[in-house]
Design a protein around this ligand. Structure first.
Ligand SMILES: C[S@@+](CC[C@H](N)C(=O)[O-])C[C@H]1O[C@@H](n2cnc3c(N)ncnc32)[C@H](O)[C@@H]1O
Length: 233
């Protein structure tokens, strides 16, 4: 950690103590259980209907796969693949899918955001991970290439306003701390090393989506802790 701060070379997700991985899952799980199916997916244009009918969904940077499993339980006709470049998290995600009994419609694969396999996804989701990536624009370009022509990129990011001054509140303080210790070093450790961090804000995230070639971008909904963003080609 000291090396990361003194050299600026960053610290990869996999270099942290394993409790970060389980702690992150516990931190975000309540939000996904409460909001993802009843609020966030219905706020996207036509996506709930598509997932009810049977759609192909990718969940990139899925960690322990909690968001993937929450969606799979709600949409039994759809198929879901969770991707993460951290293979130990993928092992845990597979175990969880088996325990919950959704392994028939969910699979998990170790893959990075710029090279995960498959094409024709109706939705590709990034939950609380785009800002951790070194090359979020490159990741967005890969999403464009792998989405169906009318597919949706769902980006859930920590809630943030566009200026530091506006983020000087209890939620912003928590996220800036996590960002300095985990998210920004993670991004700096990867190719490009953009270092968006957990308080990027909608304006900066819109720029990422536009640079990746997405023509439509909007805030679909929000909670005090989450920005829920929708991008389409
Ligand atoms: C803050 S965690 C979020 C995990 C999960 N989406 C959740 O909400 O619980 C960020 C995740 O992004 C993954 N990640 C970071 N950079 C990545 C990349 N370039 N490609 C794929 N996964 C990446 C990390 O391994 C980690 O599991």
């Amino acid at each position: 950690m000291q090396r990361a701060f003194t050299t600026g070379t960053g610290l990869g997700w996999h270099e942290h103590h394993p409790l970060l991985f389980s702690g992150t899952e516990r931190f975000f799980r309540a939000g996904y259980n409460a909001h993802l199916v009843p609020e966030w997916i219905p706020a996207l244009d036509g996506v709930d209907e598509r997932l009810r009918a049977g759609a192909k969904v990718g969940d990139v940077g899925c960690g322990f796969g909690t968001s993937t499993i929450v969606m799979a339980k709600a949409y039994p006709k759809s198929t879901f693949t969770g991707f993460d470049h951290h293979s130990k998290s993928i092992d845990t995600a597979r175990e969880k899918a088996r325990e919950v009994g959704v392994a028939d419609r969910v699979s998990f694969e170790t893959a990075g955001a710029k090279d995960y396999p498959g094409k024709g996804y109706d939705m590709v989701a990034f939950f609380d991970c785009l800002h951790d990536m070194g090359d979020p624009v490159g990741a967005g370009r890969h999403v464009r290439e792998t989405l169906a022509p009318d597919g949706t990129w769902l980006i859930v990011e920590p809630f943030a306003a566009d200026t530091v001054a506006e983020n000087m509140n209890p939620v912003g303080r928590v996220y800036y701390s996590a960002s300095a210790m985990v998210c920004t070093p993670c991004s700096l450790s990867q190719e490009v090393g953009l270092g968006l961090g957990a308080q990027a804000g909608e304006r900066r995230l819109r720029k990422v989506a536009e640079e990746a070639g997405f023509g439509h971008f909007r805030r679909a909904t929000q909670t005090p802790f989450n920005l829920v963003l929708e991008a389409r080609a």
